[in-house]
Ligand binder design. Structure first.
Ligand SMILES: *Cc1c(COP(=O)(O)O)cnc(C)c1O
Length: 380
């Protein structure tokens, strides 16, 4: 069975020497813009490309603006600070995510609380979120308190797993009714729309990543997007060392961060963003090919886009019926040069997060040992 699947994947990537999980392709203005950037000598934290990229990204997503930063983790960290997360607070997120989501929460001095995911979206389960928050009360200052710990639950970070939109209407409704801010970890979902709205713009603030394995890359990079111009203004200030605007004077009004995306990375990002619609189109074609193929394979389920999500199909995933089958496929595919990967070890199973509060993890535990990501990179 594995052999047949591996041959099919090689067929999809016919003509490719290596069948990577997700390699970037550079077929647009990348070299031209990088050259231009170097010629201007403006390769660092100021320059035309980083401003241009922020405008282009806002116009592609429909945000009122965007703030470009060094990576997605820094964007998450900034978003958490801007929503008022402080040491001792608690932040809700899903256990089934890339470790950066939980790490960024930890950087603020807050504690992550892990919620299970739903089977139909692989993202934060709104039913279990609501059940958890039903036990929490709003105090006299309007803060939502975890009765178990007495701590304030300040924010919730749903993540759009593999580019499939989370159940945002329910998540935002439940969180806002408890005075909890919603930060969307849209690191994997550039191009994904939820009921027509770009992911990252449904909650209070959204975070993107342009790491080398994401749908477009700036080498390393990230961004904050929002429909709230005020929060973006604060994000720009905080990520540029909180320097007060002045022609030459170095005056800073809070402890800021050196998180600005360098202009040279933004040059790459501008060229990549010009290709996004072509990339999305090819990724949808790849997903269609996988969908049709796996419909004929018993005991393997192709994870398809959930209700209301127009997914970017960042990483296609298949679900085996047992961990044994998953392991066998991982071994055989990687040995034959088709790069596949298991989904992340869930956060509640990692040493540093194993003692964090969590809901029961029936879906996370059942699925995290059976999912495999298969090659999904854009072909041309
Ligand atoms: C990639 C990713 C990030 C972090 O992005 P970096 O740019 O690598 O820091 C955060 N969250 C999720 C879910 C990711 O997949």
């Amino acid at each position: 069975m594995s052999k047949e699947i591996i041959s099919f994947i090689k067929e999809i990537y016919r003509g490719w020497r290596d069948v990577n999980l997700h390699a970037p392709i550079f077929v647009g203005n990348e070299i031209a813009y990088l050259t231009k950037c170097i010629e201007t000598t403006m390769v660092s934290s100021v320059g035309q490309f980083v401003d241009q990229f922020e405008r282009d990204l806002a116009s592609f997503t429909g945000a009122s603006g965007s703030v470009a930063v060094v990576n997605g983790t820094a964007a998450l960290h900034t978003a958490l600070i801007l929503t008022g997360v402080k040491p001792g607070d608690e932040v809700l997120t899903q256990s089934l995510t890339f470790v950066a989501t939980a790490n960024a929460i930890s950087y603020t001095g807050a504690k992550p609380v892990f919620i299970d995911v739903s089977e139909d979206r692989l993202s934060l389960c709104s039913v279990k979120l609501e059940a958890f928050l039903n036990k929490c009360k709003i105090d006299s200052e309007g803060n939502c308190r975890n009765p178990q710990t007495g701590n304030i639950i300040r924010a919730c970070v749903p993540m759009h797993t593999f580019g499939h939109a989370a159940d945002m209407d329910a998540i935002v409704r439940i969180c806002h009714s408890k005075n909890i801010k919603v930060i969307e970890d849209a690191a994997e979902s550039l191009g994904t729309r939820y009921n027509g709205v770009h992911t990252g713009l449904i909650g209070d603030i959204g975070v993107l990543s342009f790491n080398g394995n994401k749908i477009i890359t700036s080498g390393g990079g990230g961004a904050l997007i929002s429909t709230d111009g005020d929060i973006l203004k604060k994000a720009k200030h905080l990520t540029t060392t909180a320097k007060k605007a002045h022609a030459w004077k170095y005056e800073h009004d809070v402890i800021g961060y050196n998180y600005r995306m360098p202009n040279i990375n933004a040059a790459l990002a501008c060229a990549q963003l010009e290709c996004i619609n072509d990339f999305l189109k090819d990724k949808r074609t790849i997903a269609e090919q996988y969908r049709a193929y796996f419909a004929t394979i018993p005991d393997i389920k192709f994870f398809d886009e959930p209700l209301g999500s127009k997914s970017n199909f960042w990483l296609n995933s298949i679900i085996f019926s047992s961990e044994r089958d998953q392991q066998r496929f991982l071994e055989e595919s990687n040995a034959s040069g088709v790069i596949t990967r298991p989904i992340w070890v869930p956060m509640h199973k990692l040493d540093m997060y194993s003692k964090c509060e969590r809901t029961e993890m029936a879906v996370t535990d059942a699925l995290s040992s059976r999912i495999v990501n298969i090659p999904s990179g854009v072909r041309s």
